[in-house]
Design a protein around this ligand. Structure first.
Ligand SMILES: CC(=O)SCCNC(=O)CCNC(=O)[C@H](O)C(C)(C)COP(=O)(O)OP(=O)(O)OC[C@H]1O[C@@H](n2cnc3c(N)ncnc32)[C@H](O)[C@@H]1OP(=O)(O)O
Ligand SMILES: O=CC(=O)O
Ligand SMILES: [Mg+2]
Length: 723
């Protein structure tokens, strides 16, 4: 950026789009002036930016020591005891202190007391971000009808017009769900010819008999809405609305006239400024912050055309029901929102400090996303994000307790800057770097009075697993890395540590993303495992996935699972520390080529949209044509994987380049319908996207912790400049 793109405020240079956003859009309505923001930020930077740098240098130093260790032990049998001793000696593994329990206060029930799906969404995309905020409630009928949760072939195939057979299957499945979540004392919901109120009780009418619920207290109230007559129930703290309309064509398909079963779905949503977002400069950052501001003020809107229709999307209001006694029940219409800031690594030219250095982007995120959230904190009427008066920030990619302590101090300082009570800002800790996993208890201690979640971000964690042990040998194929013992041990260790430090009913123990957005049948089958493993929330990629995943929390009472897990033996650190190496296993040339091409396809399919169109999260078909959610973390895995096989000679540079070129042609084909797309295959020398993808692979072993963002950011800036 040029000198003229900034305005000087004290010792800072603030890019004009950001300075204007703060002054003209964020600050009005807050009792804070721009000088308070920037002068405090200047002091925070002076005190904390040098520490940030030192900690990044420490990452590099430790990685170098680990690389040297593996090089010195090349060919030797794996010696877990010696390795652990070494990690302690270099300060990678720190000593565990005395037992403690977290002391976080003022946490909303959606986080502490009720278990449910957690949706993640790129906040830079207002249309999606609004949709996510509104995904607190979703139609089970739509979730079943519109996905492969019900067979998509044969008689039940959706087809172009409404398929009554599919509809009947949806209605039967939803009724079976009600039998499980709110069972009748006798008979089945599917056999009900109607529902009626009798005093405090909701009765189903079956064969002329009045049948109460098995547990009548599950019925809470009613409402009359545009959709029909709503009956409200609760199970495991989650709400269900059964909507009756016997005049509706869908309602007429069931005896009781059930037009829909609406579930409380995305209980919480992470509005993401990080891995699902491509924000590389002041303009982009302003866009990100503006959307978050709109969510916190409650006035964000997005206009778009869908199926030929102009639409305006805004935030839903609260829902209102009446108890049989006539009292009002108000339920949030919006998901409780957290905001994921970026980690400690990247800098951004949206603000320059000291000798025109770019500011640490995570510090800017903390300063501005909290400022935006003050609008919610100060609200005196209307829907609020946090009724408990907290601001929720998710902090990704921290390496170990010192980095967690830096976050804690940064949040202290931001609180002081804005006159907030200590620990108003809460933190969700992504357990997604190996040094955080193995020192998790000490990481939690560092943020013990503000921590509201620990989440196994297994995607970044897999990337870090490969990078940390880069020199130890070639890793297993990607699919098998998931099956290796480190991963189960890491997942269990996270739960064990959370329970040990008192998370149950105080904070979330979260599990990772379902990365196959179209494979809902598989998700319905597999994602109960997260609850059985003790997680009181798990990530989903879309509102529809949130609705379907919500059914799992009706099947399993996670808090009693957690009670049972408290007494098991803690997962083994030695297992976590065992790298997922090929060892003596030989792969055929075909297996190697298949793995290489699959990785290359994923990398190119994602990177081309990131670099040239600024799309941070995409669905990209893998080599078997399964659409995968790709973000920077999945990119990190694929790039590190090829880099690892290159380093250890399983593939050579020519072979990798050929695979990249072959897959670039395939990705071009896949994107043929996109008018904004610029093909790579006839343009290898000039395509910035192709160059970025190659750089990620060929320079992958040298990237800090194997991260993709330094290359992505640089190449995106280049593509923007070219455009
Ligand atoms: C490792 C990690 O860090 S994981 C965390 C980061 N990942 C994420 O945030 C995933 C976010 N998800 C997404 O971006 C998308 O679901 C994708 C890219 C994975 C798949 O997208 P597609 O299936 O191609 O969605 P598509 O573009 O067809 O949109 C379908 C509809 O779903 C909605 N939608 C899709 N994902 C989301 C979401 N996460 N939140 C809200 N709405 C969503 C869109 O708004 C759209 O509805 P609309 O037309 O009414 O606005
Ligand atoms: O952020 C999530 C992850 O899996 O990485
Ligand atoms: Mg991650």
């Amino acid at each position: 950026m040029r000198e003229s793109d900034y305005i000087e405020i004290g010792q800072l240079k603030v890019a004009k789009p950001l300075a204007s956003l703060v002054e003209k859009e964020i600050l009005p309505g807050l009792n804070i002036d721009a000088d308070q923001v920037w002068s405090n930020f200047e002091k925070i930077l002076a005190d904390l930016a040098p520490r940030n740098k030192e900690l990044l240098a420490k990452r590099e130093k430790l990685q170098q020591q680990i690389d040297d260790y593996h090089l010195a032990h090349k060919g030797a049998d794996w010696n877990a005891a010696a390795y652990k001793k070494f990690l302690k000696a270099i300060g990678y593994l720190v000593a565990e202190g005395a037992d403690f329990e977290i002391g976080t206060q003022n946490v909303d029930d959606e986080i502490a007391k009720v278990a449910g799906p957690q949706l993640v969404v790129p906040v830079m995309n207002a249309r999606f971000a609004l949709n996510a905020a509104n995904a607190r409630w979703g139609s089970l009928y739509d979730g079943l009808y519109g996905t492969d949760a019900i067979a998509t072939e044969g008689a039940l195939a959706p087809g172009k017009a409404y398929n009554e057979k599919r509809g009947a299957e949806v209605i039967a499945r939803a009724a079976a769900f009600l039998d499980q979540a709110i069972p009748l004392s006798k008979g089945k919901h599917a056999d009900a010819s109607g529902y009626k109120l009798d005093g405090q009780n909701l009765l189903a009418i079956i064969d002329g008999a009045d049948i109460p619920l098995k547990d009548p207290s599950q019925f809470l109230g009613t409402r009359q809405s545009k959709a029909g007559q709503g009956y409200l129930f609760a199970n495991n703290g989650l709400h269900i609305e059964v909507v009756i309309d016997k005049s509706d064509p869908i309602g007429q398909q069931s005896g009781a006239g059930v037009k829909d079963v609406v579930l409380e779905a995305a209980l919480t949503t992470i509005q993401d400024c990080e891995d699902s977002v491509a924000a590389v400069d002041a303009q982009d950052k302003a866009e990100v912050y503006r959307n978050w501001l709109g969510l916190m003020k409650g006035d964000l809107q997005s206009s778009f055309t869908k199926n030929g229709k102009e639409m305006v999307r805004s935030l839903n209001g609260d829902l209102s029901f009446q108890t049989p006694d006539g009292d009002n029940i108000s339920l949030p219409g919006r998901s409780l929102m957290l905001v994921r800031n970026v980690g400690h690594l990247m800098t951004n030219n949206a603000v320059l400090f000291a000798n025109d250095e770019e500011v640490p982007e995570g510090m800017l995120d903390a300063m501005i996303t909290v400022l935006c959230a003050l609008h919610d904190l100060n609200k005196e009427s209307g829907p609020r994000n946090s009724r408990a008066g907290s601001i929720y920030i998710v902090k990704p990619k921290m390496h170990g307790p010192e980095e967690a302590a830096l976050t804690d101090e940064l949040f202290d300082r931001v609180e002081d800057a804005y006159g907030l009570e200590r620990h108003t800002i809460k933190v969700g800790v992504m357990d997604e770097e190996r040094r955080t996993t193995v020192n998790l208890k000490e990481c939690i201690r560092a943020v013990q009075n503000r921590v509201v979640f620990i989440n196994t971000g297994f995607l970044d964690r897999t990337g870090d697993e490969i990078h940390t042990s880069m020199q130890a040998g070639p890793v297993l194929p990607k699919g098998d890395i998931k099956g290796a013992k480190w991963l189960t041990a890491y997942e269990n260790w996270n739960v064990d540590t959370g329970l040990e430090t008192g998370f149950s009913q105080k904070a979330q123990i979260g599990k990772g993303m379902w990365a196959m957005p179209d494979e809902m049948a598989k998700m319905l089958e597999a994602k109960t495992d997260h609850l059985k493993a003790g997680a009181n929330c798990a990530w989903v990629p879309s509102p529809t996935a949130a609705v379907l995943h919500a059914t799992h929390y009706h099947q399993i009472d996670v808090f009693s699972v957690q009670d049972q897990l408290k007494s098991r033996a803690k997962a083994a650190l030695d297992d976590i520390l065992t790298p997922p190496l090929l060892g003596g296993r030989n792969l055929s040339a075909d297996e190697v080529q298949h793995e290489l091409e699959n990785n290359a396809q994923g990398i190119l399919g994602y990177v081309v949209r990131w670099v040239e169109q600024g799309v941070g999260c995409s669905k990209v078909p893998d080599i078997n044509d399964v659409g995968l959610m790709e973000d920077r973390a999945t990119l990190r895995i694929s790039a590190q994987h090829i880099a690892n096989w290159l380093l250890h000679g399983l593939v050579d540079e020519d072979q990798v380049m050929q695979a990249m070129k072959k897959m670039a042609a395939k990705v071009d084909e896949q994107n043929q319908g996109d008018p904004a797309y610029q093909p790579m295959a006839d343009n290898f020398d000039k395509s910035v996207a192709f160059a970025a993808a190659c750089e990620l692979v060929f320079e992958g072993a040298n990237q800090p912790s194997g991260y993709t963002e330094p290359i992505l950011h640089r190449r995106r800036l280049e593509a923007k400049a070219n455009a």
